[in-house]
Design a protein around this ligand. Structure first.
Ligand code: ATP
Ligand code: MG
Length: 227
């Protein structure tokens, strides 16, 4: 918990993203936010730009406006309207859901990055896969920009071409892969901050919508120094 505690009290904005779909970005984003929420008296904020957070944490499908609508609105919708979009999630999480896919208004992604960066709570943003739009803006300006990747050559090739260089890498280890931590660090030029195993217990919790209520200790330990 040392790294988490150190992180508290300062503005922490962590962007999680992947270069290839299905890497585990949402699983990592939710777990990281839940770990931060445990150490923070005010909980943590999880912003979903990828769109699959509600399914993973067992929230009912959101019907109201979300980040998409907020990003698509101009100055007529005040910046503080963002707070009214938050919904309560499990494990001390406040969640900003993705909402609809609305073309973003000019400059709105930068405003979002500034608001999230100034939030007194630790903030984790699931930027989804293939950085673009607001996810790209946030991944480029966050205090930690974490690439979630499986040790596969295709994912690595895509990550090298990503428009943002990560400040750290979360490696989701799969059996039978020949690429290891050292290979990934050398190719990407960024440190591996945490290694998570592909574990059936994690898959079961995620697929049952019980993530992060059922967050294994091994995952909490693995993510201790992630950001
Ligand atoms: N460490 C893990 N152990 C076991 N299963 C995992 C792990 N991480 C992710 N998964 C499984 O892999 C699938 C994809 O995970 P996740 O939704 O987090 O990926 P993603 O990168 O967010 O995908 P997308 O590109 O669709 O947003 C899920 O079904 C999840 O259960
Ligand atoms: Mg996802």
């Amino acid at each position: 918990m040392e790294a988490f505690s150190r992180a508290l009290g300062v503005d922490v904005l962590i962007a999680c993203w992947s270069a290839k779909g299905g890497s585990g970005t949402t699983v990592v984003s939710v777990a990281l936010a839940a770990c931060l929420a445990r150490s923070s008296p005010t909980g943590a904020l999880l912003a979903d730009l990828g769109g699959d957070v509600p399914a993973v944490i067992g929230l009912a499908d959101p019907t109201g406006p979300g980040l998409g609508e907020w990003l698509g609105s101009g100055e007529a919708v005040p910046a503080d309207a963002l707070g009214r979009l938050e919904v309560t999630g499990p494990a001390g999480l406040a969640v900003l859901c993705a909402g609809g896919s609305v073309p973003p208004a000019p400059g709105r992604a930068e405003v979002l990055a500034a608001i999230l960066g100034a939030d007194p709570r630790p903030v984790v943003v699931d930027c989804g896969s293939g950085l673009h739009g607001a996810g790209l803006t946030i991944a480029a300006s966050a205090s930690a920009s974490l690439l979630v990747i499986r040790p596969c050559y295709l994912a690595l090739r895509l990550a090298v071409q990503a428009p943002v260089r990560p400040s750290g890498v979360i490696l989701v280890r799969e059996a039978g892969r020949s690429l290891g931590r050292g290979d990934v660090e050398q190719v990407l030029g960024a440190p591996v901050r945490a290694e998570l195993d592909v574990d059936p217990a994690i898959a079961r919790a995620v697929d049952a919508g019980l993530w992060p209520v059922r967050l294994p200790r091994s995952v909490q330990r693995a993510l201790r120094h992630a950001a």
